[in-house]
Write a protein that binds this ligand. Structure first.
Ligand SMILES: Cc1cc2nc3c(=O)[nH]c(=O)nc-3n(C[C@H](O)[C@H](O)[C@H](O)COP(=O)(O)OP(=O)(O)OC[C@H]3O[C@@H](n4cnc5c(N)ncnc54)[C@H](O)[C@@H]3O)c2cc1C
Length: 409
């Protein structure tokens, strides 16, 4: 095994064809693909083991791609940028790659592919084992602090076991990921480097992140903590149909995580609490056939009892449907289908799955992901202004960008 930890002696390591900073999804895929092409790389990883975020992804099961992935499910200042990378490395390539190494995919829902009978550890093992076979070196506990850029050479300065060290290589990949989960090793290294070299950055923010509610509504949401409701959430840009989860501080669940990537502070989110159904029509039917039914009984068909009870704050849930006035029916319709929420904020990088924004794609070649202003330097994965939806899309981008860069090292 060529993973080097704090106590291993790294004297005698040769500089390589390329250095990769960050042994995460993008860096590992790049190292493996470079290996197929006979190129030697060294990965420098700040954490004590490679692939830390892969290990915790999908609740430890790793939703490693999505069968429906295309450029449509990504947010970027340049929506077309990702197309070239996705043409070079497709979802079929991801599926085939993992199958070759004994991981077949099982679709959970909405195209989300997980390892069948295996887990995130097995996904990381695929990479570390191939790296070992090709002699690609992964140096852990190695935090890169600075890079000196000279003509056709990068000098990478890093700290390991308390000592400053350096490596040189003609090509360099910065794959240090995004800002989420700082306690897992996330750093702003890519952004710092970009600022230092006057590379443009698209404003960053937590994405795929729970949203908070404060003020007079806080208590109402808090009493629903733990309840989940299937909804359609939307804003003026996009619509998602998935579950929302009420928590004691606000809203989470897949539908909220998805819309959070499109949400800006101060904006409202629309929630249809009964998508593809019409509560007014249902009430009219009940009024003619079963008028003594309570509104709460009708709502309980769709929602957890606790949720119906909480709706009692706004709606006459103890009234018989036959006695509902026109105005009340309209109120019910609006509450159910046009529910609006104005989050106070988000739960920040501690709880976000990804970072929105990052290195502006206009700084990079879409074909090679090489930096236009710094030849030989590449950016891949989450530090680039490409943000995928929830559901395996972000890994598909990380794998694809790693593959593309390997072809050009
Ligand atoms: C809880 C959680 C669950 C997720 N689940 C999924 C999922 O199921 N499916 C999916 O598609 N996406 C998921 N994601 C998102 C996915 O993990 C990331 O988009 C993906 O890992 C990005 O790959 P990357 O290689 O760009 O960055 P990372 O995988 O984050 O790797 C970057 C690496 O760089 C290292 N590093 C940082 N700075 C330095 C430095 N200065 N020197 C040396 N090393 C450094 C870090 O330690 C890290 O190992 C999840 C994210 C989180 C937080």
């Amino acid at each position: 095994m060529l993973i080097l930890h704090k106590n291993n002696n790294i004297n005698g390591l040769m500089d390589a064809d390329a250095i990769i900073i960050g042994a995460g999804a993008c860096g590992l895929m790049c190292a493996v693909q470079a290996g197929y092409l006979g190129k030697k790389v060294i990965l420098l990883e700040k954490s004590e083991k490679p692939g830390a975020k892969i290990l915790i992804s999908g609740g430890g099961r790793c939703n490693y791609t999505n069968l429906f992935a295309s450029d449509e499910q990504f947010i970027s200042a340049n929506k077309h940028f990702i197309k070239s990378a996705f043409n070079q490395w497709t979802v079929e390539d991801t599926v085939g790659f993992f199958e070759t190494y004994g991981i077949s995919g099982k679709e959970k829902t909405l195209g989300q592919l997980f390892p069948d009978g295996k887990n995130a550890k097995d996904v990381v093992a695929v990479f570390t084992e191939i790296c070992a076979d090709f002699g690609q070196q992964i140096i852990c506990d190695a935090e890169v602090n600075d890079i000196v850029v000279a003509e056709s050479e990068f000098t990478i300065q890093y700290t390991r076991a308390g000592k400053s060290r350096q490596l040189k290589a003609p090509k360099l990949l910065i794959a240090t990921g995004g800002l989420p989960i700082p306690k897992m090793g996330a750093t702003d290294f890519a952004l710092r480097f970009a600022r230092k070299h006057q590379l443009n950055i698209i404003e960053t923010a937590p994405a795929l992140v729970p949203l908070t509610i404060t003020g007079k509504d806080e208590e109402w949401y808090a009493q629903l903590s733990g309840n989940s409701v299937f909804c359609e959430v939307s804003n003026d840009q996009i619509t998602f149909e998935e579950n929302i989860l009420f928590t004691h501080w606000g809203l989470s669940g897949p539908a909220i995580l998805q819309i959070s990537s499109y949400w800006r502070r101060g904006e409202e989110i629309n929630i249809d609490l009964l998508p593809r159904q019409n509560i007014t029509e249902q009430l009219e039917q009940e009024r003619s056939s079963n008028g003594k039914l309570l509104l709460s009984t009708v709502l309980n068909r769709h929602y957890p009892r606790k949720f119906t009870e909480a709706m009692g704050k706004f709606l006459p849930i103890e009234k018989q449907v036959a006695s509902l006035t026109r105005g009340e029916i309209e109120l019910i319709h609006n509450r159910i289908h046009l529910f609006k929420v104005k989050p106070a904020g988000d739960k920040g990088y501690d709880k976000a799955e990804v970072m929105r924004g990052g290195i502006d794609t206009s700084e990079l070649s879409s074909k090679t992901l090489e930096c236009k202003r710094v030849p030989g330097l590449f950016f891949g994965g989450e530090c680039v202004d490409i943000t995928g939806w929830l559901g395996g899309y972000n890994f598909q981008w990380a794998w694809a960008s790693g593959f593309v860069i390997a072809q050009n090292l």
